[in-house]
Structure formats: C-alpha cells, structure tokens
Design a protein around this ligand. Structure first.
Ligand code: DGL
Length: 268
C-alpha cells in the first residue's frame, strides 16, 4: 500500500485516456471552483477501450503514480474503461481516495418505460467484470442493447466531431437502437458527452440521454467533505493544469471557454 499524507490545499488529480474526461473536469470545476486540479490526458495511449485488461491496468497505474508524485489528495478516474478495469486495484494499493465513473445503467433501468435501454461504450467497458456485475443487478425485465462505439474516441481526439465520418459511424450505431424502441441511451464513455448534439440529430428528442458526469462531481464533493479535504480557502484563483502527451490543439479547442487554465504538452 502506498501511503501519503494529504491536506485540503493539495490538488485533485484527474485522468483519462484522452480529452474525454474534461467533460468530468468541467462538472467538478463548476461544483468545486476553489479546488486546484491536475488533469492528465493520456492521448498518446488512446484509445484504452480496445486494449487488454492488463494494459489498461498498467496505464492506470502509470497515471496514478504521476498524480501521486504531484501530491494529489484524491484521484478521479475520469474514464469508464479505466474505472471498470482498474479502480479496485488502485483502491487496494493507494491510500488516497479514488472516484470512478461507470455507465449509468441502473438509473436508466429505473427511468425506462419501454423497458429497453441502449448503451454506447468502449469494448473494454462492456467486457469488464464490473459492468457485467452492474448489468446483472438491474430489473430483469429491462433489456439492455449494447453497442461498442469503435472509432468514436479516435475521431474526437482528432478534432473530427463535426465530420461526415462521425455522422455515419454514429448513425450505424444508433439507428438500430431507435428501431428497437429504446427510450434511454446511456453514454458509457467520458468522450461521448461531446457528441450529444450529433447524437440528437440521429435519435431525436424522445430518447433520454443519460451520462454520469454530474454524479461524479457530487460524489467527489461528498468524499472530500467526509474526509475533511474540501479546499475552503478563497484566497487566490486556483490553478488548473492540463498535461497532454500528444498534440494539444483539440484539448485547447475543448477548453477555449476556460482561458485561465494551463495546457502543456508533456511526457508522463
Ligand atoms: N474516455 C474513456 C472512457 O470513458 C476512454 C475511451 C477510450 O480510450 O477508449 O471509457
């Protein structure tokens, strides 16, 4: 077990295989504006979703080691693929708290009236033991239609959200769900909230889109409060660092409404 002493002023660490976890960072920053943050975008190794469980674990440990060395008081695994494959190992081996993100199929199973829900996620998430366990614990009458979002992360990482290629790929994944009459669509990857306008063009407004970003921010606040680690000092503008081990153009674009953040291309 790696143990560390933590105090309120230390930053929150956040990592993802790429820029998708910024959808979680935005929720955390909105809810906890006093907190300093360090975000790792492991874009060099993206996508995680097509890699083996062992490789996902190895990359998650590498990211954690970097954030622990930066003195983070808590780590948010802002990646469904890394959470479902590695969070139990991380929790067992590091003393700081970890917050993870999992596809919200449980809330969707409660909301659905048609008793059919769709889920779009990576292969790594859908094949994980944790996902298997969560999906076997929902109402047996609810049918889950699973779809691997192969290729979507790569297009998002390469600034191609508005491309024809994206539209065609999304249509091929979502049209069958519309035909099956799902009434909830769970986004099981932190990159996908950036596709919501595109998804709506295909599925319309009658299918509810469910993602877990806000819930993760609330859970982060709850855990910080429980451990007396919430940064209550209002003294200075908190610093928000983003490290990316690839070209930073797409990340800069996605964070253009946050001019005070620092974005650096850096090896980790
Ligand atoms: N953003 C990630 C997730 O939530 C990872 C996608 C990937 O790298 O395949 O699953």
């Amino acid at each position: 077990m790696h143990t560390t002493t933590v105090t309120k002023k230390q930053p929150i660490g956040i990592f993802d295989s790429g820029i998708g976890g910024t959808s979680i960072w935005k929720e955390i920053h909105a809810l906890l504006p006093n907190e300093e943050t360090i975000y790792l975008s492991d874009s060099f190794n993206a996508p995680y979703g097509q890699q083996s469980k062992e490789k996902i674990l190895e990359l998650s440990i590498k990211n954690t080691e970097f954030l622990v060395a930066q003195n983070c008081k808590l780590i948010v695994v802002a990646c469904n693929t890394a959470t479902t494959n590695a969070i139990s190992y991380l929790r067992a081996n590091y003393s700081i708290p970890f917050i993870g993100i999992e596809p919200a199929i449980k809330p969707a199973s409660i909301l659905t009236k048609s008793k059919k829900i769709g889920i779009l996620a990576t292969k790594g998430t859908l094949n994980s033991e944790l996902f298997e366990k969560t999906s076997s614990n929902i109402d047996k009458e609810v049918q889950i239609i699973e779809q691997v979002g192969e290729g979507l992360v790569e297009l998002i990482e390469n600034n191609k959200i508005d491309s024809q290629e994206m539209h065609e790929l999304l249509t091929s994944y979502l049209a069958p769900m519309v035909q099956e009459e799902v009434d909830c669509l769970v986004l099981g990857c932190t990159h996908y909230p950036y596709l919501i306008p595109k998804i709506k063009e295909i599925i319309g407004n009658n299918i509810q889109i469910i993602d877990s970003g806000e819930a993760v921010a609330k859970q982060t606040k709850k855990v910080l409060l429980q451990r007396d680690l919430l940064n209550d000092s209002l003294a200075t503008t908190p610093s928000n660092f983003f490290y990316i081990n690839n070209n930073k153009t797409t990340l800069e674009n996605i964070l253009k409404d946050y001019p005070s953040v620092v974005i650096e291309e850096r090896f980790f």
